[in-house]
Design a protein around this ligand. Structure first.
Ligand code: AR6
Length: 208
């Protein structure tokens, strides 16, 4: 009799544990879908996007340069350069906000990615993660609900795109999981090769 009661209790306990695990699994899937549904991958020119904010892969002077930085300054016009002059630079991994001036986007978030260095990969990873985290923190503070990122550090600064892509997407997912004010987060890639790398990475996450 006593054995039977213990057996029943054990079955009840195992059923409860299985139920809790199932609920956790379903909730995890729903949450992951809610995060991934807010992320878009696009191919094109970031300067043409009519959204709240675009992110600039700048250098620490914030006074313009080539690549995406040059394209953003060219389209935004001299007002952006004047605003950047008053900021007085930005250390690697940090981010600063300006208006968008002649750009279709309202704001530009300038961040400075690391120059890739194979001897110091760990630090590069930390700094690139900070670029995404700090840019998104500025977006949240300024009630920016749509934001687009280029592939920070993947041009002149030489970061391998596959690695940079996983850092970018993982960091974005981590931030989106903890706040709901950002409704649309775009990764915009200039080349079709980089676009495909991001598309494949996101597909991989969705099917995990
Ligand atoms: N829209 C979207 N992506 C672009 C665009 C564009 N209009 N133009 C280039 N890209 P890079 P970095 C892509 O070199 O590696 C500057 O001189 C490009 O194909 O612009 O962080 C700054 O002043 C690449 O995949 O930035 C710094 O000195 C990605 O944007 C330095 O370059 C980033 O390439 C920063 O280097």
């Amino acid at each position: 009799m006593v054995e039977l009661v213990i057996l029943v209790r054990l079955v009840e306990l195992v059923t409860l544990v299985i139920l809790v695990l199932l609920v956790k699994l379903v909730l995890g899937c729903v949450m992951r879908k809610q995060i991934i549904d807010r992320i878009e991958i696009m191919q094109g020119d970031i300067t043409q996007l009519s959204i709240d904010a675009i992110v600039n892969a700048a250098n620490s002077s914030l006074l313009g340069g080539g690549g995406v930085d040059g394209a953003i300054h060219n389209t935004a016009g001299s007002g952006l350069l004047e605003a950047c002059r008053t900021i007085g630079g930005c250390p690697t991994g940090e981010a600063r906000l300006t208006k968008g001036y002649n750009l279709p986007s309202r704001f530009v978030i300038h961040t400075v990615g690391p120059v890739y260095n194979t001897d110091n990969k760990g630090n590069c990873r930390l700094l690139l993660t900070s670029c995404y985290q700090n840019s998104l923190s500025l977006a949240v503070e300024n009630k920016i609900s749509s934001i687009a990122f280029p592939a920070i550090s993947c041009g002149v600064y030489g970061y391998p795109v596959e690695e940079a892509c996983s850092i970018a997407v993982k960091t974005a997912c981590g931030v989106l999981a903890n706040q709901n004010s950002i409704k649309r987060l775009i990764f915009i890639l200039f080349s079709s090769e980089n676009f495909q790398i991001y598309v494949d990475y996101l597909k991989g996450i969705k099917t995990k």
